[in-house]
Design a binder for this molecule. Structure first.
Ligand code: ADP
Length: 502
């Protein structure tokens, strides 16, 4: 659950980061586009301003040529006009209109004489007039004064598209527009575009650069894939780091719990020592009596002059064997109450159950209870801390012995060891009264006890220890009466592996 909510939070953060990356890209791209448009606009503006000045110069020189003689030297003017048009393709027509005739007449047939005459009439002195013509053309008209009288009008027809054309590459989607600023008519100016007036007294033009690029340009697929990949990797890293941190915290928490359990378990074992003492003393009596008997017999043999060496050696051997047995009993006891560091190892469940039966044999015997191990022949192996697992089985067996204590019917506690599915199962079955309805519900709660001197910690500890070895502990009443406590643990090896391990 915790892991799922952590992943959900990382996913949301990742999506937000992805969205921010896309927005940052769009913003950056937008400002770059705007800067490129501005730059292109300024360059074009400079270029057009120069070209416009050239028109003035052409008109001035043509005007001088027309004024050079009376009548105007049409052939010369035509020649000059032809070479201007050839060199300046944006100038698509040059004309000279004789205003003295009625109607006015075009000398070079390049412009409408009526329109030129109309503009020339409105031109005061030698002022220049501009007029927009159809097809993106611009008409420039200048009166040429001869003898102080404006007999002729000069006209240049300019292609506006060519006027604003250049070799310079424009930003993607950019469109150039050049318009004549006509008095009293507003020039439409789109937002977000570059716009500047050409600083010419004679040709009032406005240059506008618009762009068809979207306001929020979508990042290209490559960027999306890269951003997605980087964010996904970062999210994975954060997830791993957080998982590692929570695993470390969990491990620390478990270590503290394990430490507490180990202390509790040790206290429980030391406590059980008192109960076991009489049984152990009884168990020790046998080898000690045997040792004493063999030692006395040996001494008697030595007193004889022709003592049989072989019989003597046999007595010493029996002494040594019984001393080892006594040592084993004490060793088992020492191991039981030792405060060893927890260590996970391969444990043979049947053998472990046998150890517990050994420890409790005297107690069971004095209470007249049958206590034994029954195996199904599979002898399963598990991974566990031997001392802790032994304590679990010990607690269950002791609870069983206490449950049958004083009962009139047959008293037995049987430890069944076998395999179910892939698991190793150890069940402690007693012939006691079974679990009371309250016990069935609260059995594994710490401090739940129905015994006058009970602590109610035994089963709670057992559950935690078994879970530490990835196992489970369950309790139920057997159909034929009595309680059954089942420890289920992952079985680590099959028969052949077990034999190999042995
Ligand atoms: P304690 O033995 O100190 O009471 P446990 O945790 O071992 O603590 O057991 C809790 C309670 O569970 C016991 O007091 C008893 O009521 C019940 N119980 C445990 N084992 C058995 C059993 N084999 N048969 C019936 N009741 C049992």
């Amino acid at each position: 659950m915790q892991r799922r909510s952590r992943r959900a939070a990382i996913l949301v953060a990742g999506l937000v980061a992805f969205g921010l990356a896309c927005a940052a890209y769009s913003l950056n791209r937008r400002s770059n586009d705007a800067a490129a448009l501005e730059e292109a606009g300024r360059t074009l503006h400079r270029l057009i301003s120069q070209r416009v000045d050239q028109h003035d110069a052409h008109l001035t020189s043509l005007s001088a040529l027309v004024q050079a003689a009376e009548p105007a030297p049409v052939a010369t003017v035509e020649q000059v006009a032809a070479s201007i048009v050839r060199f300046y393709p944006r100038i698509v027509g040059i004309d000279v209109v004789d205003l003295g005739l009625s109607p006015p007449r075009s000398l070079l047939d390049a412009a409408d004489p009526a329109i030129v005459a109309e503009e020339a009439r409105q031109a005061v002195g030698s002022n220049l007039r501009t007029r927009a013509l159809d097809g993106d053309k611009l008409l420039l008209v200048k009166r040429a004064l001869t003898d102080g009288v404006g007999h002729y009008a000069l006209a240049l027809v300019i292609d506006m598209n060519r006027l604003s054309a250049s070799d310079m590459p424009l930003p993607e989607g950019a469109q150039v527009q050049l318009q004549l600023i006509e008095q009293g008519r507003a020039v439409n100016e789109p937002a977000g575009a570059f716009s500047a007036d050409i600083a010419s007294r004679t040709q009032p033009l406005r240059l506008t650069l618009t762009t068809s690029a979207p306001n929020w340009p979508l990042p290209p697929l490559g960027f999306l894939a890269l951003a997605g990949l980087v964010i996904a990797l970062a999210a994975l890293l954060v997830d791993r780091l957080l998982a590692a941190r929570s695993a470390a915290q969990e491990a620390a928490r478990k270590a503290v719990l394990a430490e507490q359990d180990a202390r509790l378990a040790h206290a429980g074992r030391v406590n059980a020592m008192g109960e076991l003492a009489s049984g152990i003393a009884h168990e020790l009596t046998q080898p000690l009596t045997a040792i004493l008997g063999q030692a006395q017999a040996g001494r008697r043999l030595l007193a004889q002059p022709d003592a049989d060496q072989a019989v003597l050696a046999g007595a010493f051997e029996a002494i040594a064997r019984n001393a080892r047995r006594a040592g084993d009993i004490l060793g088992r006891l020492r191991a039981w109450i030792s405060k060893s560091e927890p260590a996970i190892e391969t444990v043979d469940l049947t053998e472990l159950a046998g150890e517990v039966v050994h420890l409790l044999a005297a107690t069971a015997q004095s209470a007249g209870t049958t206590l034994r191990v029954v195996g199904d022949g599979s002898r399963p192996l598990v991974r566990a801390d031997r001392v802790q697992l032994e304590q679990v089985v010990f607690n269950l067996a002791r609870n069983g012995l206490e449950a049958v204590e004083g009962r009139d019917a047959e008293r037995s506690v049987i430890i069944e060891v076998g395999t179910q599915g892939g698991d190793a199962v150890l069940a402690v079955r007693d012939s006691g009264p079974g679990l009371s309805p309250e016990a069935q519900v609260r059995l594994f709660e710490p401090f739940f006890t129905t015994k006058p001197a009970g602590l109610g910690l035994g089963l709670a500890l057992c559950v935690r220890l078994v879970e530490r070895f990835d196992g489970t502990l369950a309790a139920e009443n057997a159909p034929g009466g009595g309680a059954v406590f089942s420890v289920r643990l992952p079985r680590i090896a099959d028969q052949s592996q077990r034999e190999a391990a042995e």
